[in-house]
Design a protein around this ligand. Structure first.
Ligand code: KIV
Length: 297
């Protein structure tokens, strides 16, 4: 780990000095490197990969082995940003023992610097034990995608007084339990603002308005990779679907018209004559003739 790596202490100091925290998801080394070099404070290896990478309609099928694999790829690409590994569905809900063991896998095998888990007060003891094992924990409240069936869909949470009060109280409990930061997803901006003022750890919002201490978006969403996905909280900073599709269409058309590869994209060599014996038993008869091969230059 380099000395200029961004740590949980750096992220907490950003709240204190009033500088917004920038977090983005990534699932492989190439994207991680780009976001790292663009200045991300934190990169989240989110279980959202179940939807945007694997093509499922929820995050529920993502496994621990898959999260370890993607964390390891991301940590190879990110040099400075703080890498957070997401604990997937059923990796921490069954027992505290499982939770600590799986959090440890994201750090030891995946190279993550902290882990994230979804849920409130019911996971306070779990969070305490993971933190006791020296693994920093980021909490996640509000619209928690692993509870999609309980919520009845991906529905904004905390719109009535009772649930708003519960989310605020969960935020305070998670801070007490030792979380170093909280993701607030899919809640009204006034509630996110109240939580951000109430707790001393940073809040990082997604669909939670402008008053959080930082913001996170799923990288495929902010890059505009899916033209059919247009939720209110996403701003598309690029239209990569169009750019990628156009590039692919041009490639296919140049292959079909034989415009690619041209000489500039082909290897050349001095001609080298290689004689293939007529008696060669391995080759069909049409190959039993002189062939010219050259080493790539
Ligand atoms: O899995 C994920 O990408 C997340 C973010 C949406 C916060 O949890």
């Amino acid at each position: 780990m380099a000395n200029d790596n961004i740590t949980i202490h750096t992220l907490q100091s950003l709240k204190r000095i009033g500088q917004k925290i920038c977090m983005v998801t990534a699932y492989d080394a190439t994207f991680a490197r780009i976001f790292d070099e663009a200045g991300a404070d934190a990169i989240l290896v989110g279980d959202s990969l179940g939807m945007v990478v694997q093509g499922h309609d929820s995050t529920l099928r993502v496994t621990m082995d898959q999260m370890v694999y993607h964390c390891a790829a991301v940590t190879r690409g990110a040099k400075q940003a703080h890498v957070v590994g997401d604990l997937p569905f059923m990796s921490y809900q069954l027992s505290i023992h499982d939770a600590v063991k799986n959090a440890g896998r994201l750090v030891a095998e995946g190279g993550a610097a902290s882990v994230k888990l979804e849920g409130g007060e019911e996971f306070a003891k779990t969070i305490e034990q993971i933190v006791r094992a020296s693994i920093p924990v980021m909490g996640h409240l509000g619209l928690t995608p692993q509870s999609v069936h309980k919520m009845g869909g991906f529905v904004v949470q905390g719109r009535d007084e009772q649930t708003a009060q519960r989310i605020l109280s969960d935020a305070m409990t998670l801070e007490q339990a030792g979380c170093y930061a909280l993701v607030l997803e899919g809640i009204p901006l006034a509630l996110a603002s109240a939580i951000t003022k109430q707790i001393s750890i940073p809040t990082i919002g997604i669909g939670a308005g402008p008053h959080c201490d930082g913001q996170v978006l799923v990288c495929y969403d902010l890059l505009g990779m899916n033209p059919d996905f247009k939720p209110k909280f996403v701003k598309k900073y690029a239209s990569l679907y169009d750019g990628i599709r156009q590039a692919a269409e041009t490639f296919f058309s140049e292959v079909r018209s034989e415009a690619f590869p041209d000489e500039a994209h082909s290897f050349k060599s001095k001609p080298i004559r290689t004689v293939v014996s007529n008696e060669s038993p391995e080759l069909p008869s049409e190959h039993n003739e002189k062939a010219v091969y050259g080493a790539p230059v």
